[in-house]
Design a protein around this ligand. Structure first.
Ligand SMILES: [Fe+2]
Length: 184
């Protein structure tokens, strides 16, 4: 498989009547070659889903390799769309939150992801992702929009107050979240 093949496979799936489910089904087929996918995406630098990690963006589809190093935890955030995550190597914990009408959060459930785990996050939920263990958690993340261009929210990890996601203000929140004992 090449990057172009993967982009084509996901672009076709996202054009279906249920894009998130169709993309999930395609991602299931990648589980047999996690090492091959990881090797193919090895050229992408960066951490935490920043712009360097995106390898395709369209109005209805974003493809990113996301790498969370040891000790890294995100603040709660949403994606402005659905998200499917396939873990390629390492281990990460996801804590999922329901969003109330006033954008306060209610903790829903948590999941530990290991290589081959595939998680689907609906558009109306928020999450915290964190690396477990010494090795970086690396995943293929697929989103149903231009995830680096759409309006999104981030929540202060201490107060759980919602703010528009602004990458210039995100890092201090991520550093505070990473210093906590667990997801808020
Ligand atoms: Fe996320």
């Amino acid at each position: 498989m090449t990057i172009a093949d993967l982009v084509q496979q996901m672009s076709k799936a996202v054009a279906s009547s249920d894009p998130q489910a169709a993309v999930r089904a395609e991602m299931e087929t990648l589980k047999g070659d996690l090492a091959g996918i990881a090797k193919m995406l090895d050229y992408l630098p960066g951490t935490g889903g920043n712009a360097n990690q995106a390898f395709f963006r369209a109005p209805n589809l974003s493809l990113l390799k996301v790498s969370f190093p040891n000790g890294r935890r995100t603040p709660p955030h949403n994606h402005g769309t659905w998200a499917n995550i396939l873990v390629l190597s390492g281990s990460e914990k996801n804590t999922l939150y329901r969003r109330n009408a006033d954008e306060t959060l209610e903790r829903d459930h948590e999941i530990v992801l290991t290589p081959g785990s595939l998680v689907t996050i609906p558009a109306n939920m928020a999450h915290v992702a964190e690396c477990l263990g010494d090795e970086p958690a690396i995943g293929l993340h697929v989103y149903g929009a231009n995830v680096l261009g759409i309006d999104r929210l981030m929540w202060d990890p201490d107060t759980l107050q919602a703010h528009p996601l602004d990458w210039r203000k995100y890092e201090p929140l991520a550093l505070r979240a990473s210093a906590m004992n667990g997801a808020p």
